[in-house]
Design a protein around this ligand. Structure first.
Ligand code: SAM
Length: 349
């Protein structure tokens, strides 16, 4: 079985969240909806989930940057504008800051535009952002807007209103563990929002810009209200998006989706990547996420055509049922199998 790499939370960030902001780690806590979090709830989120979001975003950014066409494009930008939706206290944007800093990009040219509905989470986000800049001698810019999306039905119209006023095309649009909150509130009302969300956002992405949509794989939390896993919902709804004749974006990660989504008719595909985070309160903190990285079709085709075709791609690292995809055929990965020609679907090769 493939080894999961461990990301160590940098000491400076560990200090910010646990010592300066009083975050605390709570083992086995399960948070489904965070919009109404109290100050106490946010401290728990900060100590328990922030480090995971940090390493998930940092890992994904490093993976994307390893692709030479993308790297060339990012390095060539004079300014980088990032839109992040459902930022909370900022775990994933701090992961991105760490990526940009360690990649040696000029922080002064990098602007984060964040949207969040919880006032206390915003206060934490701003403090953490400033403290990160101060401790690392960086000059990232943050423009944070408090906005509460009243329901799944109004999410896109509220977003369009904001984006029209903003008048920017974004080089990165990211959203981590946000849309699942609508499903956790009301599955039936939320149905279709992954599709409509990307339909909306495709109009505000810069040429060769990157969209990262990340969520927890999370399953059926309430036995009385059965529903598919979030990862299956994401697969289903984003495939609806890519199959639409007005879609402008295409998958680049997982690579197998980039390769074969045009002919993929699988229903409710289960995609899972595991991440491991280490910090002062927990040595091996395992998290399980699902995500897609997308970009405009022409650029995506260029990137994907450089990836090997005659291999299976492991697109689920689920410990009970790891699976591979080869030309849309899913196969269970068995321990006695020869794994030499199986590639990781979440990285470029
Ligand atoms: C699970 S947290 C994720 C935070 C961060 N992106 C991360 O990965 O750690 C989801 C965030 O979305 C925000 N959120 C959820 N529903 C919202 C809504 N209807 N309007 C605005 N923000 C919302 C929550 O307040 C919370 O901060």
């Amino acid at each position: 079985m493939r080894q999961i790499m461990t990301t160590i939370l940098p000491r400076t960030i560990d200090k910010i969240i646990f010592d300066e902001m009083n975050g605390y780690y709570l083992n086995k806590s399960n948070v489904e909806v965070n919009i109404n979090n109290s100050e106490e709830d946010n401290k728990k989120y900060l100590g328990t989930y922030f480090p995971r979001s940090f390493s998930e975003a940092l890992t994904i950014m490093n993976d994307i940057y390893a692709q030479k066409l993308i790297r060339k494009h990012i390095i060539g930008k004079q300014q980088i504008n990032i839109l992040d939706i459902g930022t909370g206290s900022g775990g994933n944007i701090v992961g991105m800051m760490e990526f940009f800093r360690t990649a040696g990009l000029n922080s002064e040219t990098i602007n984060f535009h964040t949207l969040e509905g919880n006032a206390n989470a915003i206060a934490l986000q701003k403090n953490i952002f400033d403290s990160y800049n101060q401790k690392n001698a960086t000059k990232f810019k943050l423009s944070c807007t408090q906005i509460r999306f009243t329901s799944a039905a109004t999410l896109n119209s509220q977003l369009v209103l904001f984006l029209k006023q903003k008048g920017l095309a974004f080089d990165f649009i990211t959203s981590f563990k946000f849309l699942s909150e609508f499903y956790n509130i009301d599955y039936f009302q939320a149905k279709g929002i992954y599709t409509s969300f990307v339909m909306t956002l495709q109009n505000y992405i810069a040429p060769q810009g990157i969209l990262i949509l990340f969520d927890l794989v999370s399953g059926n939390i309430d036995r009385n209200r059965p529903r598919p896993f979030t990862t299956q919902i994401m697969s289903e709804e984003l495939n609806d998006y890519t199959k639409s004749n007005i879609s402008q974006l295409k998958y680049i990660l997982p690579v197998c989706c980039g390769k074969w989504s045009d002919t993929c008719n699988r229903k409710m595909c289960y995609i899972e990547r595991q991440f491991c985070t280490q910090h002062s309160r927990k040595a091996n903190d395992l998290s399980k996420g699902c995500y897609r990285v997308m970009t405009e079709t022409r650029f995506a085709n260029q990137i994907i055509s450089s990836q090997p075709s005659e291999n299976k791609y492991q697109m689920s690292q689920n410990s009970k049922s790891p699976t591979t995809c080869f030309r849309t055929v899913i196969q269970k990965l068995l321990p006695n199998m020869n794994q030499v020609n199986i590639l990781n679907a979440f990285t470029f090769h």
